[in-house]
Design a protein around this ligand. Structure first.
Ligand SMILES: Cc1cc2nc3c(=O)[nH]c(=O)nc-3n(C[C@H](O)[C@H](O)[C@H](O)COP(=O)(O)OP(=O)(O)OC[C@H]3O[C@@H](n4cnc5c(N)ncnc54)[C@H](O)[C@@H]3O)c2cc1C
Length: 325
């Protein structure tokens, strides 16, 4: 609940700054939930002591995005970054892309294929990879139209050497969303909630902007606020935003009470629709009144990038599968 409130509040000011906070926040929870005591000593401690210790997680690759979320059974589907064991080290070769904080992070969770003949879920291992790992370099940083503060870059592995001691959990056991893996609400599950909470903050901002504009801008001799067409638009923005707030708070409550349901995924799907509609109405309102507003435009661009990250249709299918379980 607290995390969701903080993310929403920060997103009112800037969605990308909020995302940078929640990114580190959730992966620090993953260290706490999934790493051994020895790994926690090596990585959680420095994270706590250093305010610039940003974290990241590398799953996506140039030819593997949605397939990692809804992996088909074919072993050829999904991520390809290869890890081969050589004594007490693993040698990683391949490339990740769109990785948040790639250019500024100090530690990354990296998913790599350790059994290329098994389907993704059975042949992938998660590694802790510090930024100064020999053989790892950062490629280009993507020039996004929105979420400019939140950097996404390429990570290139050329015979990168990672100690066996940095394997998280079991070899070939990266997909650890099981009861036995402990409570990972702070890590993976918070991913859906943090995005929905972030969208809520953006919608609050869009509503406040639209309302202030409608009260002050006069057209045809009357403030916009007094014109019925504008009232209907403002109403639609608020209706969607308040419905999203109720849904976000419910999912936060469920996480706090360890209630497992499909609601986090459904809430994220809903927030994808709401953030796009609310920010577009706000922009339309300004543009329709002949005013070009950079902030209204920025909110729409942030919303679009936000929805790309959600891999929208795939998230919908994923949530539907959870409903079936
Ligand atoms: C801002 C941002 C931050 C990101 N941060 C990270 C990060 O930190 N770490 C990381 O690993 N990745 C990150 N990503 C990558 C993100 O996870 C992927 O972009 C996402 O999974 C979609 O994959 P893709 O881009 O390859 O699109 P694709 O998988 O190629 O999908 C393209 C479109 O096709 C649709 N689609 C795909 N498969 C199907 C299907 N079977 N049926 C119907 N529709 C389908 C998708 O919904 C989407 O609309 C980030 C992306 C963005 C935009």
């Amino acid at each position: 609940m607290t995390q969701a409130l903080v993310m929403a509040e920060l997103a009112k000011g800037d969605s990308a700054i909020s995302k940078t906070f929640s990114q580190c926040w959730k992966w620090s929870h993953l260290i706490a939930a999934a790493c051994s005591e020895e790994q926690k000593r090596r990585f959680l401690q420095p994270f706590l002591e250093d305010d610039t210790f940003l974290l990241g997680k590398g799953i996506s690759e140039p030819s593997a995005g949605s397939d990692n979320r809804l992996p088909p059974d074919d072993p050829k589907a999904g991520l390809k970054l290869k890890a081969e064991r050589r004594g007490e080290e693993w040698i990683l070769n391949g490339e990740k892309c769109f990785i948040a904080n790639a250019s500024v992070g100090k530690l990354f969770f990296i998913d790599a294929r350790t059994d290329p003949n098994a389907p993704l879920r059975q042949g992938t291992t998660m590694f802790l990879v510090p930024r100064d790992t020999p053989g790892l370099r950062i490629g280009k940083v993507f020039n996004k139209s929105g979420w400019r503060f939140y950097q996404n870059g390429e990570m290139i592995f050329e015979n990168a050497r990672v100690p066996h001691a940095n394997v998280v959990g079991a070899v070939n056991g990266s997909d650890m969303k099981t009861h036995a893996a402990g409570d990972r609400t702070g890590g993976d599950l918070f991913g859906d909630l943090e995005l929905a909470a972030n969208a809520l903050g953006v919608c609050d901002d869009a509503c406040a902007m639209a309302l202030a504009f409608a009260r002050t801008k006069t057209q045809g001799g009357r403030p916009l606020f007094e014109q019925q067409l504008i009232q209907l638009k403002l109403n639609r923005m608020h209706l969607l935003t308040e419905a999203l707030r109720a849904f976000v708070m419910r999912v936060a409550w469920e996480h706090d009470h360890k209630v497992r349901s499909a609601n986090a995924g459904l809430c994220m799907n809903f927030s994808t629709d709401v953030i796009q509609e609310a920010t577009e109405i706000n922009l339309d309102l300004h543009a329709g009144a002949g005013v070009s507003d950079r902030r209204a435009d920025k909110l729409v661009r942030d919303a679009i990038i936000w929805s790309h990250l959600a891999g929208d249709s795939v998230q919908r299918m994923k949530a539907t599968r959870r409903l079936g379980k």
